[in-house]
Design a protein around this ligand. Structure first.
Ligand code: ATR
Length: 276
């Protein structure tokens, strides 16, 4: 089997996905390559999709800002991508391009692998902060894994309500979340607040000791949000693991192989810190 794989998005020059996916190819003894296909201008998107079709690439990842732009170019969406309304993985199946979204399920897998005992209990009280694309994916994945006590907090409540519609999850404001922070066992920060800046979405002064606190931001690796969580005795979960696990799920779709990611977490951390 030879897999020709790509990443589309903009900007992607510093993406760690090529390192991750090329390691997966190596680790599974699969021939092929994973390379960047930068699309700087959305006006050329259609033309670029034609090129990828003609090249018969086996699959590609889609990142910012094209996770929704890609949808009309696909032949089919799997159920998760359809529910989330965004695609991060495309696979050539026969003549068809099929769209998937592995962000949410990747994230939940990462959390379960890091905290197997705590996450075994589907009655844990989970708070999701934010209501963007990442929140939608994570919410759906948790909901489908049968976690029963989900609360979503967002600056704009209506956006949160749109995500939880048809479920028993509740939506609160960020202030309410902050005031009642000690109610939660797992807190997941899903917005870009804290990325390359010393800001945090809510204050964690009243955090309950032992709470799992996760931030999907991995630039910096230890965000201000996670720093405060650590000071308050929380168990922190870093955002780069989401990157690794969504990649693992994408690779599984393309290759039908489950890749062993042992040791990659630490190496990815080093690369994010810029030591390599
Ligand atoms: P996306 O996930 O869609 O790519 P994002 O900017 O990473 O986009 O995240 C959007 C989410 O971050 C939204 O929930 C947004 O809140 P609103 O729905 O109220 O717009 C939230 N967000 C972004 N900046 C924020 C800030 N400074 N304070 C609080 N929430 C913020």
């Amino acid at each position: 089997m030879t897999l020709e794989l790509k990443l589309i998005g903009y900007p992607i020059k510093h993406s760690l996905s090529p390192w991750i996916q090329n390691s997966f190819l190596d680790r599974t003894g699969t021939d092929g390559s994973y390379t960047l296909h930068e699309i700087a201008d959305v006006l050329t998107f259609e033309e670029e999709m034609k090129k990828l079709r003609e090249a018969k690439v086996n699959g590609f990842n889609v990142t910012v800002p094209y996770k929704q732009t890609i949808i009309p170019f696909l032949d089919r969406l799997d159920i998760t991508a359809e529910q989330i309304g965004a695609v991060n993985t495309v696979s050539l199946e026969g003549e068809e391009w099929v769209g998937y979204n592995t962000d949410g399920i990747g994230y939940v897998q990462a959390l379960r692998d890091k905290f197997p005992e705590r996450m075994k209990d589907t009655n844990v009280q989970i708070l999701i902060l934010g209501a963007g694309g990442a929140a939608r994916g994570i919410f759906h994945a948790l909901f489908h894994e049968d976690y029963k006590d989900l609360t979503l907090a967002n600056r704009t409540k209506a956006k949160g309500e749109d995500i939880v519609e048809g479920t028993s999850a509740s939506v609160i404001t960020l202030k309410e979340a902050e005031r009642n922070i000690d109610r939660y066992d797992v807190i997941i920060q899903t917005t870009s607040v804290g990325m390359n800046e010393a800001k945090q979405i809510i204050d964690l002064t009243d955090l309950k000791e032992g709470t799992i606190v996760s931030d999907i931001v991995y630039q910096p690796l230890v965000t201000q949000f996670l720093k405060q969580a650590q000071e308050k005795g929380g168990h922190v979960h870093y955002g780069h693991t989401m990157l690794l696990y969504q990649a693992q799920k994408a690779f599984e779709i393309w290759s039908n192989k489950k890749v062993n990611i042992e040791g990659m977490d630490e190496e990815l951390r080093t690369r994010i810190k810029g030591d390599k």
